[in-house]
Design a protein around this ligand. Structure first.
Ligand SMILES: Cc1cc2nc3c(=O)[nH]c(=O)nc-3n(C[C@H](O)[C@H](O)[C@H](O)COP(=O)(O)OP(=O)(O)OC[C@H]3O[C@@H](n4cnc5c(N)ncnc54)[C@H](O)[C@@H]3O)c2cc1C
Ligand code: FES
Length: 270
């Protein structure tokens, strides 16, 4: 690993979109003018100076070279400090790190993606990648669950996604919501979802049931990919903070096939 990979690059906030009460999307550009080249599912360590760093996945299209976007939920010190920043402010960026989703390897396959919460932003990046190369993939189904209608992210953008079966659901009935209600896995039966590749990102308990539903429709464990979240520090396989069994989530992951996680399956749902 070259030394420059540990040194944060400066990035300017070009714009901020408030998605809902606790989620914002930051549009950023590296101050050196270079694009941040990344694969869907990779992440950066974002630093707010004087506060610290947090791992955040890119949610924009990897083909968008003039800027990149991070969608952040305000849960603690760094994300809270990010929420106080304004357009024009600077942050530090290390990375991109991690392996990302195997978007090349799964070409020609029928893909089922299951997302929840701020697990949806990296899935959006996968969707943007697939849309750019749509003819290279078979059917694409996206199942997305959120607590309530306000928590559903990127709904305006989703209206423009062509040739993707996009299903949303919320946990409990709410106000004028006329769409589906129930946990995200109920969508499998409701829409007879089929596929031979599974991808999931979201809260561990959601992924646990998403994986079971994927197995039920016949997807093999070696073809189910999940993105894990662990507390990170270095992001580069040096400090050991993110380990799960004999793997480092930052470097060997964050995306793993279920087959790779065979020996640590019970640890990953906690
Ligand atoms: C690969 C990867 C990609 C990610 N992508 C995104 C993304 O796109 N968007 C997004 O919003 N988040 C994402 N996250 C999650 C994000 O990195 C965490 O939420 C991050 O910890 C927030 O940092 P913070 O300083 O704001 O929170 P912290 O102050 O670190 O607190 C975060 C939460 O952890 C709890 N906590 C604090 N200290 C500890 C401790 N020692 N042990 C256990 N719990 C503790 C806090 O109570 C709080 O609930 C990603 C994480 C990973 C690993
Ligand atoms: S965060 Fe340091 S080894 Fe993964």
């Amino acid at each position: 690993m070259q030394k420059e990979n540990y040194v944060p690059k400066m990035a300017k906030i070009l714009g901020i979109t408030r998605e809902n009460s606790d989620v914002k999307t930051f549009k950023l550009k590296l101050s050196n003018g270079k694009p941040l080249n990344f694969k869907p599912g990779q992440f950066v360590q974002v630093s707010v100076f004087g506060v610290g760093e947090a791992a955040i996945s890119m949610c924009s299209s990897p083909y968008q070279k003039s800027y990149f976007e991070l969608t952040v939920r305000n849960v603690g010190n760094v994300t809270g400090a990010l929420f106080n920043l304004k357009k024009g402010d600077l942050v530090g960026i290390r990375g991109p790190y991690g392996n990302g989703f195997p978007v090349e390897k799964i070409k020609g396959k029928d893909i089922v993606m299951v997302a929840g919460g701020v697990g949806f932003p990296p899935i959006k990046s996968v969707i943007e990648y697939i849309l750019k190369n749509r003819k290279d993939y078979g059917s694409v189904s996206v199942l997305y669950g959120a607590r309530d209608p306000k928590s559903l992210l990127f709904m305006d953008k989703a209206k423009k996604w062509k040739n993707i079966n996009f299903y949303t659901t919320i946990d409990k009935p709410s106000g004028k919501w006329k769409g589906d209600v129930g946990v995200v896995t109920t969508l499998f039966d409701k829409y007879s979802v089929k596929g031979n590749i599974g991808i999931s990102c979201g809260p561990p308990i959601m992924m646990k049931f998403a994986v079971q539903s994927m197995e039920k429709i016949g997807i093999k464990d070696r073809n189910i990919y999940i993105s894990l979240e662990r507390r990170m520090q270095c992001g580069t396989g040096k400090c050991g903070h993110c380990n799960i069994g004999n793997k480092y989530v930052c470097e060997d992951g964050p995306v793993f096939s279920l087959e790779e996680l065979d020996e640590v399956t019970e640890m990953i749902w906690q």
